[in-house]
Write a new protein. Structure first.
Length: 155
């Protein structure tokens, strides 16, 4: 029974992270944290690293601390919250940096309708070069119209 609870905590954290990411992206990255996020919206940014990568550290620190403190005296709920954040971070890296922005050329040939929908929504997000008037702040769950358009374009 305890194993089921820990799986639910991990999955619940993973799903919750999409909301945390959306809120962080809209109100922090496009707000007070624009200094770090701005270079991410500049076309053709020539560097391997962006100031925007600072946000990976922002999310990694609590994840590491949760995993660390979650192993004191055996595993506890904090470890599984940290694990959910870790799994979301891995998903974010693979989807955002590898599939969408192609910072790494690992999956260049994928033509899946879901990934094309994510790419299209993210492209709409990046049409705005400043911090105002943004849209599509999510990463895994974006407005359905982008998935419909992507699916129709393969039919």
């Amino acid at each position: 029974m305890e194993a089921v609870l820990y799986i639910l905590i991990t999955l619940g954290t993973y799903v919750t992270m999409e909301g945390v990411t959306w809120l962080t992206h809209k109100y922090i990255m496009h707000g007070l944290g624009w200094y770090f996020h701005e270079d991410h919206h500049q076309p053709g940014y020539p560097h391997v690293f962006e100031k925007n990568d600072f946000f990976f550290v922002v999310f990694a620190v609590p994840c590491i601390l949760l995993c660390y403190f979650g192993t004191w005296n055996g595993l506890n709920w904090m470890f599984f919250v940290g694990l959910g954040v870790l799994f979301y971070g891995i998903s974010y890296f693979l989807v955002h940096d590898v599939l969408i922005h192609r910072r790494f050329k690992w999956f260049d040939k994928t033509n899946n309708w879901y990934f094309r929908g994510l790419r299209k929504a993210h492209k709409i997000h990046h049409k705005h070069l400043d911090k105002e008037h943004g849209e599509c702040f999510g990463m895994l769950f974006v407005p359905l119209k982008y998935f419909r358009e992507a699916k129709l374009s393969t039919s």
